[in-house]
Design a binder for this molecule. Structure first.
Ligand code: ADP
Ligand code: MG
Length: 494
């Protein structure tokens, strides 16, 4: 959607505020007027608006980009990566399995004893270990040695209800939430590190081989049976309990989605044959960009980011960025008006000081004087505010959360729509579950509501009764263990 033209009042102000040759900042200070903040807010609300036609356009574009990405590698913004997961958990899985999740500042290890249809999860335990910062910038060997030794310590504490038959190796599902070109269910080449990791000697290598070598060096005799993305793990974990789960979406620091696709709807599939006729596709939808209403604040944030021009959907809807967009709007308001009185703007000028959890916490403030908003503005952004300023701040937070949530909802409908078209109504015509996970979705009630409202608006009240959008907490860990079970090299359960 094109940026909306400025209202006439703003246009004339802008001309008078920025005469040629006078630096922007001094002009802004000289012209501080209280009414500028509401004007900026009105313009922001207009540019971020996501009425039904905008949502519909985004959903249609998502469906079209999915098709183009399935047709050929590089066919669209969406990579539509093959997960090599062709069989989903059925509930019949039995045995002892491990999972390892590496996706951020922590890694998690999990063990689970599966008892089949009747007993399901007999026992499970997990541990979380934080990764020392120096290892995020170290060598591949150092990182994988650290992980393997954590895993070895965890494995040593096995006992109680956990049983492994004689002669059988422990098997592990490895959730790795960095971009990987998957080459089989148990191998994949790291394309690049993201999320602050800069480990040398891993890019271009098989991450399963790296883990296997680490385990060997630690004397740990385990076998990686499945390498999975966190969205794929979430889908598998949710599917274990509910056969109607067809889509999984992560809304956390970043965002991604995956879904169950028919093998014959994937022209680029070629050599890989799916035995079940179905496979999970990891969309990497964070890279989507068509039809997203953007503002100058988004464009500036993108231009100054480490990956300009990339991950536009992610930058508009995910947890890493919502707070930063709000900060940029507030800074502009503070520079152009007396929104925060004579406050020093140094802190507010620092990129990423205001995080999405702060924005969320401000929106939960129901007090008359908005004391929590005042405290966060003071403590986090270093600015003083009166009640009127706090109300404007809340409007900004709401505008950015609303756009994010509604666009995420439109993205989900895009996926469902594509699946429904291909299956002659098999998605909208019966109960279909979208499994949701991630800290943003889990903790931000307004965002969640906006997302669900957008889905209902797009689908209409009848169809939306069939579409269940459901939070699956920590499904990805157990999902990876279940995929290790369904891809076990041992034929028989015990
Ligand atoms: P990751 O995506 O890094 O694997 P999570 O799924 O736990 O991790 O999501 C963490 C992200 O969720 C944070 O970076 C933050 O953006 C968002 N988040 C966490 N808590 C909140 C909150 N209370 N309100 C809004 N967003 C939150
Ligand atoms: Mg995660």
């Amino acid at each position: 959607m094109p940026a909306t033209a400025s209202p006439p009042a703003l246009r004339s102000l802008r001309v008078s505020r920025l005469p040629v040759g006078i630096p922007r900042r001094s002009v802004a200070v000289r012209c501080k007027v209280a009414s500028f903040a509401p004007t900026i807010l009105t313009k922001l609300q207009k540019e971020c608006a996501t009425p039904l036609p905008v949502l519909r356009h985004v959903a249609d574009a998502m469906a079209a980009d999915m098709r183009a990405g399935l047709a050929a590698d590089g066919g669209s913004d969406l990579q539509m990566i093959l997960s090599f997961v062709d069989s989903l958990p059925t509930g019949n899985e039995k045995g002892l399995f491990y999972a390892l999740d590496l996706g951020g500042t922590n890694f998690r290890v999990l063990r689970v004893q599966l008892g089949g249809k009747d007993e399901r999860v007999i026992a499970s335990e997990f541990e979380q270990v934080s990764i020392p910062e120096e290892l995020m910038f170290g060598t591949s060997e150092e990182l994988f040695d650290f992980i393997a030794s954590g895993l070895a310590k965890f494995a040593e504490k096995e006992g109680g209800k956990y049983h492994l038959p004689h002669g059988r190796k422990r098997e592990i599902g490895f959730t790795f939430s960095f971009p990987v070109r998957q080459t089989s269910i148990d191998s994949g080449i790291l394309i690049k590190w993201t999320k602050g990791f800069a480990v040398s000697g891993t890019a271009g290598k098989d991450v399963v081989a790296c883990l296997n070598e680490g385990m060997e060096r630690q004397g740990l005799d385990m076998r990686v049976s499945a390498l999975v993305n966190d969205t794929v793990g979430t889908l598998a974990g949710a599917r274990y309990w509910d056969d109607d789960v067809m889509v999984a979406v992560i809304l956390g620091t970043g965002t991604n989605a995956c879904y169950v696709e028919c093998a014959d709807a994937i022209p680029k599939l070629q050599s890989h044959n799916s035995s079940s006729g179905r496979t999970i596709i990891n969309t990497e939808w964070g890279a989507f960009s068509t039809g997203i209403p953007l503002t100058q604040f988004d464009r500036d944030m993108d231009a100054e980011s480490i990956n300009p021009g990339e991950q536009i959907f992610e930058k508009t809807i995910s947890g890493m960025y919502l707070g930063e967009i709000v900060r940029r709007v507030l800074l502009k308001m503070a520079e152009a008006s007396d929104l925060f009185g004579e406050s020093n703007l140094e802190k507010l000028s620092t990129q990423f000081v205001l995080r999405t959890p702060h924005v969320c916490a401000m929106q939960q403030d129901n007090s008359e004087e908005l004391e929590a908003v005042e405290a966060i503005l003071q403590d986090v952004a270093g600015v003083k505010s009166d009640l009127n300023a706090r109300k404007i701040v809340l409007e900004v937070c709401d505008t950015i959360a609303k756009r994010g949530g509604r666009l995420a909802g439109a993205g989900i409908v895009g996926i469902l729509q594509k699946m429904d078209e291909d299956t002659q109504g098999q998605i909208y015509g019966k109960r279909t579950v979208v499994a949701m996970d991630g800290g943003l979705y889990e903790n931000y009630p307004q965002y969640r509501r906006y997302l669900k409202d957008a889905v209902t608006e797009l689908l209409g009240s009848e169809i939306s009764k069939n579409i269940i959008i459901e939070h699956t907490k920590d499904g990805s860990g157990i999902g990876a263990a279940l995929l290790a079970a369904s891809n076990s090299k041992y034929e028989h359960d015990f």
